[in-house]
Ligand binder design. Structure first.
Ligand code: TYD
Ligand code: MG
Length: 457
Protein backbone atom coordinates (compact mmCIF):
# COMPACT_ATOMS: atom_id res chain seq x y z
CA UNK A 1 0.00 0.00 0.00
CA UNK A 2 1.40 3.38 -0.95
CA UNK A 3 2.51 5.57 1.95
CA UNK A 4 3.03 9.29 1.67
CA UNK A 5 4.83 11.27 4.28
CA UNK A 6 4.37 14.98 4.36
CA UNK A 7 5.07 17.82 6.71
CA UNK A 8 2.16 20.08 7.40
CA UNK A 9 1.69 23.16 9.50
CA UNK A 10 -1.36 23.57 11.69
CA UNK A 11 -2.80 26.55 13.45
CA UNK A 12 -3.20 25.62 17.14
CA UNK A 13 -6.15 27.89 17.43
CA UNK A 14 -8.40 27.09 14.48
CA UNK A 15 -6.86 23.90 13.08
CA UNK A 16 -6.13 25.45 9.70
CA UNK A 17 -3.73 23.28 7.70
CA UNK A 18 -1.04 24.77 5.49
CA UNK A 19 1.88 23.33 3.49
CA UNK A 20 4.05 26.31 4.53
CA UNK A 21 5.07 27.81 7.85
CA UNK A 22 3.17 30.96 8.80
CA UNK A 23 3.61 33.65 11.45
CA UNK A 24 0.03 34.77 11.30
CA UNK A 25 -2.67 32.23 10.55
CA UNK A 26 -4.17 33.06 7.16
CA UNK A 27 -7.53 31.60 8.30
CA UNK A 28 -8.15 33.07 11.75
CA UNK A 29 -5.54 35.83 11.91
CA UNK A 30 -3.93 34.66 15.17
CA UNK A 31 -0.17 35.15 15.59
CA UNK A 32 2.34 32.49 16.70
CA UNK A 33 -0.06 29.59 16.59
CA UNK A 34 1.77 27.58 13.95
CA UNK A 35 2.92 24.05 14.80
CA UNK A 36 4.73 21.64 12.54
CA UNK A 37 3.56 18.03 12.32
CA UNK A 38 4.53 15.07 10.22
CA UNK A 39 1.65 13.19 8.73
CA UNK A 40 1.88 9.80 7.12
CA UNK A 41 -1.22 8.84 5.32
CA UNK A 42 -1.61 5.39 3.99
CA UNK A 43 -4.08 4.51 1.34
CA UNK A 44 -5.74 1.94 3.63
CA UNK A 45 -7.53 4.59 5.59
CA UNK A 46 -10.14 5.55 3.04
CA UNK A 47 -11.18 1.98 2.28
CA UNK A 48 -11.44 1.02 5.96
CA UNK A 49 -13.40 4.08 6.84
CA UNK A 50 -15.56 3.33 3.84
CA UNK A 51 -16.19 -0.17 5.12
CA UNK A 52 -17.31 1.16 8.44
CA UNK A 53 -20.08 2.98 6.72
CA UNK A 54 -21.20 0.46 4.13
CA UNK A 55 -24.83 -0.40 4.24
CA UNK A 56 -25.58 2.97 5.74
CA UNK A 57 -25.20 5.25 2.76
CA UNK A 58 -27.93 7.85 2.66
CA UNK A 59 -30.25 8.69 -0.19
CA UNK A 60 -31.81 12.09 -0.79
CA UNK A 61 -35.26 11.97 0.79
CA UNK A 62 -38.20 14.34 0.65
CA UNK A 63 -38.46 16.08 3.97
CA UNK A 64 -42.08 15.06 4.43
CA UNK A 65 -41.08 11.41 4.05
CA UNK A 66 -38.57 11.57 6.90
CA UNK A 67 -40.09 9.79 9.86
CA UNK A 68 -38.80 9.42 13.37
CA UNK A 69 -37.85 13.07 13.51
CA UNK A 70 -37.90 13.09 17.27
CA UNK A 71 -34.46 12.32 18.59
CA UNK A 72 -34.22 9.48 21.07
CA UNK A 73 -32.48 10.12 24.33
CA UNK A 74 -30.95 8.10 27.13
CA UNK A 75 -31.96 9.55 30.46
CA UNK A 76 -28.83 9.65 32.58
CA UNK A 77 -28.86 9.07 36.35
CA UNK A 78 -27.99 12.71 37.09
CA UNK A 79 -30.66 15.34 36.54
CA UNK A 80 -27.98 18.05 36.41
CA UNK A 81 -26.28 16.21 33.55
CA UNK A 82 -29.55 15.64 31.69
CA UNK A 83 -30.28 19.33 31.97
CA UNK A 84 -27.04 20.53 30.39
CA UNK A 85 -27.51 18.01 27.58
CA UNK A 86 -30.92 19.48 26.80
CA UNK A 87 -32.99 16.73 28.48
CA UNK A 88 -30.93 13.54 28.26
CA UNK A 89 -28.26 12.13 26.00
CA UNK A 90 -29.22 11.94 22.33
CA UNK A 91 -28.47 8.61 20.63
CA UNK A 92 -25.58 8.93 18.22
CA UNK A 93 -24.35 12.19 19.65
CA UNK A 94 -20.73 13.06 20.36
CA UNK A 95 -20.31 15.03 23.57
CA UNK A 96 -17.08 16.70 24.62
CA UNK A 97 -16.55 17.24 28.35
CA UNK A 98 -13.71 19.71 28.85
CA UNK A 99 -12.05 20.86 32.03
CA UNK A 100 -8.80 21.43 33.85
CA UNK A 101 -6.87 18.45 35.21
CA UNK A 102 -8.18 17.33 38.58
CA UNK A 103 -11.54 19.04 38.29
CA UNK A 104 -13.44 15.74 38.28
CA UNK A 105 -14.15 14.83 34.65
CA UNK A 106 -13.18 11.18 35.05
CA UNK A 107 -15.12 10.94 38.30
CA UNK A 108 -18.25 12.46 36.77
CA UNK A 109 -18.33 10.12 33.80
CA UNK A 110 -17.33 7.03 35.74
CA UNK A 111 -20.10 7.68 38.24
CA UNK A 112 -22.54 8.20 35.38
CA UNK A 113 -21.44 4.90 33.84
CA UNK A 114 -21.80 3.08 37.14
CA UNK A 115 -25.19 4.49 38.01
CA UNK A 116 -26.71 3.91 34.58
CA UNK A 117 -28.78 0.83 35.20
CA UNK A 118 -29.80 -1.58 32.49
CA UNK A 119 -27.42 -0.11 29.88
CA UNK A 120 -24.09 -1.48 28.81
CA UNK A 121 -21.33 1.10 29.10
CA UNK A 122 -17.85 0.83 27.64
CA UNK A 123 -15.45 3.10 29.55
CA UNK A 124 -12.21 3.44 27.62
CA UNK A 125 -9.27 4.98 29.41
CA UNK A 126 -5.87 5.89 28.12
CA UNK A 127 -5.04 7.76 31.30
CA UNK A 128 -5.43 5.29 34.11
CA UNK A 129 -4.98 1.56 34.65
CA UNK A 130 -7.92 -0.77 35.28
CA UNK A 131 -6.92 -1.04 38.96
CA UNK A 132 -6.89 2.73 39.36
CA UNK A 133 -10.34 2.94 37.84
CA UNK A 134 -11.56 0.10 40.04
CA UNK A 135 -10.21 1.94 43.10
CA UNK A 136 -12.12 5.05 42.10
CA UNK A 137 -15.27 3.00 41.54
CA UNK A 138 -14.88 1.57 45.05
CA UNK A 139 -14.35 5.03 46.44
CA UNK A 140 -17.59 6.32 44.98
CA UNK A 141 -19.20 3.13 46.21
CA UNK A 142 -21.38 2.16 43.27
CA UNK A 143 -21.55 -1.33 41.81
CA UNK A 144 -22.64 -2.02 38.28
CA UNK A 145 -22.55 -5.26 36.36
CA UNK A 146 -22.97 -3.68 32.96
CA UNK A 147 -19.93 -1.44 32.97
CA UNK A 148 -16.84 -2.55 31.08
CA UNK A 149 -13.43 -0.95 31.47
CA UNK A 150 -10.96 -0.99 28.62
CA UNK A 151 -7.51 0.55 28.70
CA UNK A 152 -6.70 1.22 25.08
CA UNK A 153 -5.64 4.17 22.98
CA UNK A 154 -5.55 2.78 19.45
CA UNK A 155 -8.74 3.67 17.61
CA UNK A 156 -8.62 0.60 15.41
CA UNK A 157 -8.54 -1.64 18.50
CA UNK A 158 -11.28 0.45 20.06
CA UNK A 159 -13.51 -0.09 17.06
CA UNK A 160 -12.87 -3.84 17.25
CA UNK A 161 -13.82 -4.00 20.94
CA UNK A 162 -16.76 -1.72 20.32
CA UNK A 163 -18.16 -4.15 17.75
CA UNK A 164 -17.66 -7.09 20.14
CA UNK A 165 -19.17 -5.46 23.17
CA UNK A 166 -21.99 -3.56 21.44
CA UNK A 167 -22.35 -1.02 24.23
CA UNK A 168 -25.21 1.45 24.67
CA UNK A 169 -22.81 4.20 25.65
CA UNK A 170 -19.09 4.84 25.15
CA UNK A 171 -16.86 7.04 27.31
CA UNK A 172 -13.38 8.01 26.14
CA UNK A 173 -10.92 9.31 28.74
CA UNK A 174 -9.38 11.28 27.07
CA UNK A 175 -9.33 12.38 23.43
CA UNK A 176 -5.74 13.58 23.88
CA UNK A 177 -4.55 10.00 24.54
CA UNK A 178 -6.15 8.44 21.46
CA UNK A 179 -4.17 7.67 18.38
CA UNK A 180 -5.27 6.49 15.00
CA UNK A 181 -3.03 4.11 13.07
CA UNK A 182 -3.98 5.99 9.92
CA UNK A 183 -2.15 9.11 10.99
CA UNK A 184 1.48 8.89 11.94
CA UNK A 185 1.74 11.47 14.66
CA UNK A 186 1.92 11.23 18.45
CA UNK A 187 -1.23 11.26 20.51
CA UNK A 188 -2.37 14.73 21.50
CA UNK A 189 -1.14 16.43 18.33
CA UNK A 190 -3.59 18.39 16.26
CA UNK A 191 -3.67 15.90 13.41
CA UNK A 192 -4.34 13.03 15.85
CA UNK A 193 -7.04 14.87 17.76
CA UNK A 194 -8.74 15.85 14.55
CA UNK A 195 -8.57 12.35 13.12
CA UNK A 196 -9.54 10.42 16.24
CA UNK A 197 -12.43 12.74 17.03
CA UNK A 198 -13.72 12.31 13.49
CA UNK A 199 -13.43 8.52 13.82
CA UNK A 200 -15.32 8.56 17.12
CA UNK A 201 -17.96 10.70 15.51
CA UNK A 202 -18.30 8.17 12.74
CA UNK A 203 -18.77 5.36 15.26
CA UNK A 204 -21.39 7.39 17.11
CA UNK A 205 -23.32 8.28 13.99
CA UNK A 206 -23.04 4.92 12.25
CA UNK A 207 -24.14 2.83 15.22
CA UNK A 208 -26.37 5.47 16.85
CA UNK A 209 -24.48 5.10 20.12
CA UNK A 210 -23.67 8.21 22.14
CA UNK A 211 -19.99 8.86 22.85
CA UNK A 212 -18.57 11.06 25.60
CA UNK A 213 -15.11 12.46 24.96
CA UNK A 214 -13.13 13.86 27.86
CA UNK A 215 -10.85 16.70 26.78
CA UNK A 216 -8.17 18.57 28.67
CA UNK A 217 -8.03 22.28 28.85
CA UNK A 218 -4.98 24.45 28.30
CA UNK A 219 -3.86 27.12 30.76
CA UNK A 220 -5.73 29.84 28.93
CA UNK A 221 -8.95 27.92 29.35
CA UNK A 222 -9.54 26.66 25.84
CA UNK A 223 -9.88 23.00 24.98
CA UNK A 224 -6.47 21.62 24.03
CA UNK A 225 -6.52 20.85 20.36
CA UNK A 226 -7.91 22.94 17.60
CA UNK A 227 -11.27 24.60 17.49
CA UNK A 228 -12.09 21.99 14.91
CA UNK A 229 -12.71 19.56 17.79
CA UNK A 230 -15.50 21.81 18.98
CA UNK A 231 -16.91 21.85 15.45
CA UNK A 232 -16.89 18.07 15.11
CA UNK A 233 -18.75 17.32 18.32
CA UNK A 234 -22.47 17.92 18.83
CA UNK A 235 -22.25 19.21 22.37
CA UNK A 236 -19.52 20.86 24.43
CA UNK A 237 -19.76 20.80 28.22
CA UNK A 238 -17.23 22.67 30.32
CA UNK A 239 -16.58 21.35 33.81
CA UNK A 240 -15.26 24.11 35.98
CA UNK A 241 -15.00 25.34 39.51
CA UNK A 242 -12.61 26.68 42.01
CA UNK A 243 -10.65 23.87 43.58
CA UNK A 244 -10.93 25.60 46.93
CA UNK A 245 -14.68 25.28 46.85
CA UNK A 246 -16.24 21.87 46.90
CA UNK A 247 -18.59 22.50 44.07
CA UNK A 248 -18.27 22.17 40.36
CA UNK A 249 -20.22 23.71 37.56
CA UNK A 250 -21.01 21.93 34.33
CA UNK A 251 -21.78 24.48 31.67
CA UNK A 252 -23.10 23.95 28.14
CA UNK A 253 -21.17 26.01 25.60
CA UNK A 254 -22.47 24.33 22.47
CA UNK A 255 -25.44 22.04 21.96
CA UNK A 256 -26.99 20.84 18.74
CA UNK A 257 -29.81 19.27 20.74
CA UNK A 258 -30.80 21.95 23.20
CA UNK A 259 -30.06 25.31 24.73
CA UNK A 260 -26.42 26.31 25.02
CA UNK A 261 -26.82 28.30 28.20
CA UNK A 262 -27.63 25.60 30.71
CA UNK A 263 -25.78 24.93 33.88
CA UNK A 264 -25.54 21.97 36.25
CA UNK A 265 -24.09 22.01 39.74
CA UNK A 266 -22.24 19.22 41.55
CA UNK A 267 -20.42 19.00 44.82
CA UNK A 268 -17.18 17.03 45.18
CA UNK A 269 -16.76 15.26 48.47
CA UNK A 270 -14.88 12.29 49.89
CA UNK A 271 -16.97 9.75 48.02
CA UNK A 272 -17.33 11.37 44.65
CA UNK A 273 -19.61 13.93 43.08
CA UNK A 274 -23.08 14.65 44.37
CA UNK A 275 -25.56 16.71 42.39
CA UNK A 276 -26.90 19.91 43.84
CA UNK A 277 -30.53 20.26 42.88
CA UNK A 278 -31.40 23.33 44.95
CA UNK A 279 -28.59 25.70 43.96
CA UNK A 280 -30.16 28.83 45.40
CA UNK A 281 -30.15 27.54 48.94
CA UNK A 282 -26.65 26.30 48.39
CA UNK A 283 -25.28 29.54 46.96
CA UNK A 284 -26.65 31.91 49.53
CA UNK A 285 -24.24 32.15 52.41
CA UNK A 286 -25.74 31.18 55.72
CA UNK A 287 -25.57 34.18 57.95
CA UNK A 288 -27.61 35.44 60.86
CA UNK A 289 -26.38 38.98 61.39
CA UNK A 290 -26.74 41.47 58.57
CA UNK A 291 -23.61 42.97 57.06
CA UNK A 292 -23.28 45.83 54.64
CA UNK A 293 -22.19 45.28 51.04
CA UNK A 294 -24.30 42.20 50.35
CA UNK A 295 -27.18 41.98 47.90
CA UNK A 296 -28.96 38.97 46.43
CA UNK A 297 -29.58 38.77 42.68
CA UNK A 298 -32.36 36.72 41.12
CA UNK A 299 -30.53 35.44 38.03
CA UNK A 300 -31.38 32.97 35.29
CA UNK A 301 -28.81 30.41 34.28
CA UNK A 302 -30.26 28.94 31.12
CA UNK A 303 -33.83 27.95 31.90
CA UNK A 304 -33.26 27.82 35.63
CA UNK A 305 -33.73 30.68 38.08
CA UNK A 306 -31.02 30.92 40.68
CA UNK A 307 -30.45 33.28 43.56
CA UNK A 308 -26.87 34.29 44.00
CA UNK A 309 -25.12 36.61 46.36
CA UNK A 310 -23.13 39.65 45.22
CA UNK A 311 -20.67 41.11 47.71
CA UNK A 312 -19.02 44.51 47.45
CA UNK A 313 -16.41 46.21 49.52
CA UNK A 314 -16.02 49.96 49.03
CA UNK A 315 -13.29 51.70 51.00
CA UNK A 316 -11.24 54.87 50.74
CA UNK A 317 -8.21 54.28 48.53
CA UNK A 318 -5.11 54.05 50.65
CA UNK A 319 -2.83 55.00 47.78
CA UNK A 320 -3.31 57.44 44.93
CA UNK A 321 -4.94 55.23 42.33
CA UNK A 322 -8.04 53.40 43.51
CA UNK A 323 -8.16 49.66 42.95
CA UNK A 324 -11.02 47.96 41.19
CA UNK A 325 -11.32 44.26 41.00
CA UNK A 326 -14.06 41.73 40.61
CA UNK A 327 -14.41 37.97 40.75
CA UNK A 328 -17.23 36.25 38.91
CA UNK A 329 -18.49 39.43 37.29
CA UNK A 330 -17.12 41.29 34.26
CA UNK A 331 -14.74 44.00 35.52
CA UNK A 332 -15.52 46.36 32.64
CA UNK A 333 -19.21 46.06 33.40
CA UNK A 334 -18.50 46.83 37.07
CA UNK A 335 -16.53 49.95 36.05
CA UNK A 336 -19.42 51.04 33.89
CA UNK A 337 -21.87 50.63 36.77
CA UNK A 338 -19.57 52.63 39.06
CA UNK A 339 -19.38 55.41 36.46
CA UNK A 340 -23.18 55.43 36.23
CA UNK A 341 -23.48 55.78 40.01
CA UNK A 342 -20.95 58.59 39.96
CA UNK A 343 -22.44 60.53 37.08
CA UNK A 344 -26.17 59.84 37.36
CA UNK A 345 -26.72 59.54 41.09
CA UNK A 346 -23.94 61.72 42.47
CA UNK A 347 -22.08 59.08 44.48
CA UNK A 348 -18.43 59.98 44.90
CA UNK A 349 -16.74 56.69 44.18
CA UNK A 350 -13.78 57.87 42.11
CA UNK A 351 -11.40 57.88 45.07
CA UNK A 352 -12.65 54.60 46.50
CA UNK A 353 -11.30 51.08 46.17
CA UNK A 354 -14.06 48.77 44.98
CA UNK A 355 -13.92 44.99 45.25
CA UNK A 356 -16.70 42.83 43.96
CA UNK A 357 -17.27 39.14 44.41
CA UNK A 358 -19.93 36.65 43.45
CA UNK A 359 -20.20 34.26 46.38
CA UNK A 360 -19.31 30.61 45.97
CA UNK A 361 -16.90 31.01 43.06
CA UNK A 362 -19.78 31.28 40.57
CA UNK A 363 -19.41 33.40 37.47
CA UNK A 364 -22.37 34.82 35.65
CA UNK A 365 -23.01 37.21 32.80
CA UNK A 366 -26.73 37.61 33.34
CA UNK A 367 -27.46 41.35 32.90
CA UNK A 368 -29.99 41.10 35.73
CA UNK A 369 -27.06 41.03 38.16
CA UNK A 370 -26.51 44.76 37.55
CA UNK A 371 -29.08 45.95 40.06
CA UNK A 372 -27.78 43.77 42.83
CA UNK A 373 -24.18 44.84 42.11
CA UNK A 374 -25.29 48.48 42.36
CA UNK A 375 -27.18 47.76 45.56
CA UNK A 376 -24.20 45.96 47.12
CA UNK A 377 -21.86 48.84 46.21
CA UNK A 378 -24.25 51.43 47.64
CA UNK A 379 -24.75 49.39 50.78
CA UNK A 380 -21.02 49.02 51.39
CA UNK A 381 -20.40 52.67 50.58
CA UNK A 382 -23.01 53.81 53.09
CA UNK A 383 -22.16 50.97 55.48
CA UNK A 384 -25.85 50.17 55.83
CA UNK A 385 -26.85 46.50 55.48
CA UNK A 386 -29.65 45.51 53.14
CA UNK A 387 -32.25 43.32 54.79
CA UNK A 388 -31.35 39.74 53.84
CA UNK A 389 -34.85 38.90 52.64
CA UNK A 390 -34.51 41.34 49.71
CA UNK A 391 -33.64 40.34 46.14
CA UNK A 392 -32.84 42.28 42.94
CA UNK A 393 -33.36 41.57 39.25
CA UNK A 394 -32.79 44.27 36.62
CA UNK A 395 -30.25 45.62 34.17
CA UNK A 396 -28.81 49.12 34.62
CA UNK A 397 -28.44 51.37 31.56
CA UNK A 398 -25.85 54.08 30.90
CA UNK A 399 -28.18 56.88 31.86
CA UNK A 400 -28.91 55.25 35.20
CA UNK A 401 -32.25 53.85 34.08
CA UNK A 402 -33.35 50.46 35.39
CA UNK A 403 -34.11 48.21 32.46
CA UNK A 404 -36.33 45.17 32.07
CA UNK A 405 -34.90 41.64 31.98
CA UNK A 406 -36.22 38.37 30.54
CA UNK A 407 -38.26 35.79 32.48
CA UNK A 408 -39.08 38.15 35.30
CA UNK A 409 -41.92 35.96 36.58
CA UNK A 410 -39.61 32.95 36.96
CA UNK A 411 -37.15 35.09 38.90
CA UNK A 412 -39.82 36.49 41.20
CA UNK A 413 -41.33 33.04 41.72
CA UNK A 414 -37.95 31.61 42.76
CA UNK A 415 -37.32 34.39 45.27
CA UNK A 416 -40.87 33.95 46.54
CA UNK A 417 -40.40 30.20 46.92
CA UNK A 418 -37.24 30.73 48.96
CA UNK A 419 -39.05 32.99 51.38
CA UNK A 420 -37.77 36.37 50.24
CA UNK A 421 -40.02 39.24 51.23
CA UNK A 422 -39.17 41.93 48.72
CA UNK A 423 -37.77 42.07 45.17
CA UNK A 424 -36.66 45.14 43.22
CA UNK A 425 -37.32 45.03 39.48
CA UNK A 426 -37.52 47.50 36.61
CA UNK A 427 -40.75 49.45 36.33
CA UNK A 428 -40.85 48.32 32.68
CA UNK A 429 -41.01 44.72 33.87
CA UNK A 430 -43.86 45.51 36.23
CA UNK A 431 -46.29 46.25 33.41
CA UNK A 432 -48.66 43.40 32.81
CA UNK A 433 -47.20 41.40 35.68
CA UNK A 434 -49.72 39.68 37.91
CA UNK A 435 -48.09 40.43 41.24
CA UNK A 436 -51.06 39.10 43.20
CA UNK A 437 -49.80 35.62 42.33
CA UNK A 438 -46.88 36.09 44.70
CA UNK A 439 -46.54 36.63 48.44
CA UNK A 440 -43.35 38.59 47.88
CA UNK A 441 -43.60 42.37 47.65
CA UNK A 442 -42.58 43.53 44.16
CA UNK A 443 -40.94 46.97 44.11
CA UNK A 444 -40.64 48.56 40.64
CA UNK A 445 -37.90 51.19 40.29
CA UNK A 446 -37.05 53.51 37.40
CA UNK A 447 -33.53 54.81 38.10
CA UNK A 448 -30.51 54.05 40.30
CA UNK A 449 -31.36 57.20 42.22
CA UNK A 450 -34.82 55.75 43.03
CA UNK A 451 -33.18 52.55 44.17
CA UNK A 452 -30.88 54.38 46.57
CA UNK A 453 -33.82 56.32 48.01
CA UNK A 454 -35.96 53.20 48.41
CA UNK A 455 -33.14 51.31 50.11
CA UNK A 456 -31.56 53.89 52.34
CA UNK A 457 -34.04 56.78 52.42
P1 TYD B 1 -10.68 13.39 38.47
O1 TYD B 1 -12.02 12.88 38.15
O2 TYD B 1 -9.53 12.46 38.40
O3 TYD B 1 -10.35 14.70 37.61
P2 TYD B 1 -10.02 14.83 36.06
O4 TYD B 1 -10.42 13.57 35.39
O5 TYD B 1 -10.84 16.01 35.63
O6 TYD B 1 -8.57 15.12 35.96
O7 TYD B 1 -10.81 14.02 39.93
C1 TYD B 1 -9.70 14.12 40.71
C2 TYD B 1 -9.91 14.99 41.91
O8 TYD B 1 -11.13 14.77 42.58
C3 TYD B 1 -8.80 14.64 42.85
O9 TYD B 1 -8.15 15.85 43.20
C4 TYD B 1 -9.48 14.01 44.00
C5 TYD B 1 -10.88 14.44 43.93
N1 TYD B 1 -11.83 13.41 44.38
C6 TYD B 1 -12.50 13.58 45.55
O10 TYD B 1 -12.35 14.59 46.25
N2 TYD B 1 -13.41 12.62 45.96
C7 TYD B 1 -13.61 11.50 45.24
O11 TYD B 1 -14.43 10.65 45.63
C8 TYD B 1 -12.90 11.32 44.01
C9 TYD B 1 -13.09 10.09 43.19
C10 TYD B 1 -12.02 12.32 43.62
MG1 MG C 1 -9.11 12.17 34.50
Amino acid sequence: MATKEKTVFFCKSCGNESPKWFGKCPACGEWNTCVEEKVVENGKRKTENGKLLTGNSQQPTFIKEITNAEEQRIILPYEELNRVLGGGLVLGSLVLVGGEPGIGKSTLLLQTALRLNGKKVLYISGEESQTQIKMRADRVGIQNENCLILTETDTKEILKHFKDVQPDLVIIDSIQTLSSPYVDATAGTISQIRETAAEMNKIAKTYQVPVFLIGHITKDGSIAGPKILEHIVDTVLQFEGDRHYGFRILRTTKNRFGSASELGIFEMNANGLREVTNPSEFLLSQRDEEVSGIAIAATMEGQRPMLIETQALVSTAAYGTPQRSSTGFDTRRMNMLLAVLEKRAGFRLNMKDVFLNIAGGIRSDDPALDLSVVAAVLSSNADIPIDNRTAFAAEVGLSGEIRAVTRIDARIAEADKLGFERIFISKYNAKGLDIKRFHIQVVPVATVYDLATELFG
